[in-house]
Design a protein around this ligand. Structure first.
Ligand SMILES: Nc1ncnc2c1ncn2[C@@H]1O[C@H](COP(=O)(O)OP(=O)(O)OP(=O)(O)O)[C@@H](O)[C@H]1O
Ligand SMILES: [Mg+2]
Length: 313
């Protein structure tokens, strides 16, 4: 949402819309990706992330709005715009007859590389995603996580300056997730702009510079800043079994307006800052409440996401 002054975004979209029949999948989306940054695209199932990403990647035409990728409009100059974008779909279709290396080399050829160049680049990428031992094995035998890694390698074949990754971490084991994070940060350090959607918010937290929140087909833009502020300080109070946290909270002179968890031994409380949190803890202990845990809920992105979900109700 904040943009360094004087930097031309590598990808920019304004007022993008797309319907499928009666379903308005994307109603009003705006995105700006500065070079060298990683941006998260976050929102609940069905809010339009994949549809938006397909349009940004130049693979689906918007009904309205403008998209510019490295200065090119995909709906006017499709091939040129797409030559700057690497797209990783949420699941990779593979050709049954091709090996992993052939899959990558075939895409390399499609982007205009010679046979030798395409093979060399293919091997380089297989090494990057630790699939070199599968080079001459058919891509269809790969596990889901290995397919994800091949899919990522495929997105990088033509060294794109903009990378659009749809749920890249899904199906990856913990080690591969760390490697994905390092790879994405490394690409950004070399100047790439990355847009990444994921439901694993705690991981995104460590990977991204900025986040775009999306709800019901609309990117929230500056209104997300208010969400961030609202979400920042949500703390969880957990009592020992049998301790009634709700009763203790309602016995306090100050109204903390807690959100109630499923059982009486837990509550979520909005606090303004750490001093406020310390005061809450002191008051609860003063009530004789036996507390076993007290701390902020999840990651910052997770908190915004939960706040957004609550506002939708
Ligand atoms: N090809 C299509 N035809 C009809 N409806 C579609 C099509 N693609 C998406 N939709 C609808 O558009 C809406 C947005 O879908 P989309 O796949 O973009 O959501 P998403 O945010 O990527 O969800 P998820 O988190 O589950 O991946 C949904 O209501 C979906 O049913
Ligand atoms: Mg999706």
């Amino acid at each position: 949402m904040t943009e360094p002054e004087g930097v031309t975004p590598a990808l920019e979209a304004h007022g993008v819309r797309r319907a499928f029949g009666a379903v308005q999948a994307v109603a009003d989306a705006s995105v700006s990706l500065p070079p060298g940054t990683v941006t998260a695209l976050i929102g609940p199932n069905g809010c339009g992330k994949t549809t938006l990403m397909l349009m940004l990647a130049g693979l689906l035409a918007p009904d309205a709005g403008t998209i510019t990728v490295a200065g090119h409009d995909p709906s006017v100059d499709g091939p040129l715009a797409r030559s700057h974008v690497g797209w990783m779909p949420d699941s990779l279709g593979t050709w049954d007859s091709l090996t992993c290396l052939e899959t990558l080399a075939t895409f390399g050829r499609m982007y205009g590389a010679s046979k030798d160049q395409a093979n060399t680049r293919g091997m380089e990428l297989l090494q990057l995603v630790h699939l070199e031992e599968f080079a001459s094995r058919p891509a269809r035998v790969l596990s889901r996580g290995q397919k994800q890694r091949l899919s990522l390698a495929r997105a990088l074949v033509h060294k794109p300056s903009v990378l659009i990754l749809d749920e890249p971490a899904s199906g990856l084991d913990p080690r591969s997730r760390v490697e994905l994070r390092e790879l994405v940060r490394g690409l950004a350090a070399q100047g790439a702009s990355v847009l990444i959607s994921s439901h694993v918010l705690s991981e995104l937290d460590e990977m991204v510079d900025d986040a775009i929140f999306m709800s019901k087909g609309v990117t929230l833009g500056d209104s997300a800043d208010a969400l961030v502020a609202a979400a920042r300080q949500r703390w969880r109070v957990t009592g020992r079994p049998g301790a009634d946290v709700h009763a203790a909270l309602s016995g306090l002179t100050r109204d903390w307006s807690p959100a109630l968890a499923d059982d009486a031994s837990q509550a979520l409380v909005q606090v303004a800052n750490e001093d406020d949190a310390a005061e809450l803890l002191a008051q609860l202990v003063g009530q004789g409440l036996r507390i076993s845990a007290f701390g902020p809920v999840g990651s910052a992105l997770e908190q915004v996401y939960l706040t957004m979900e609550e506002e939708r109700r």
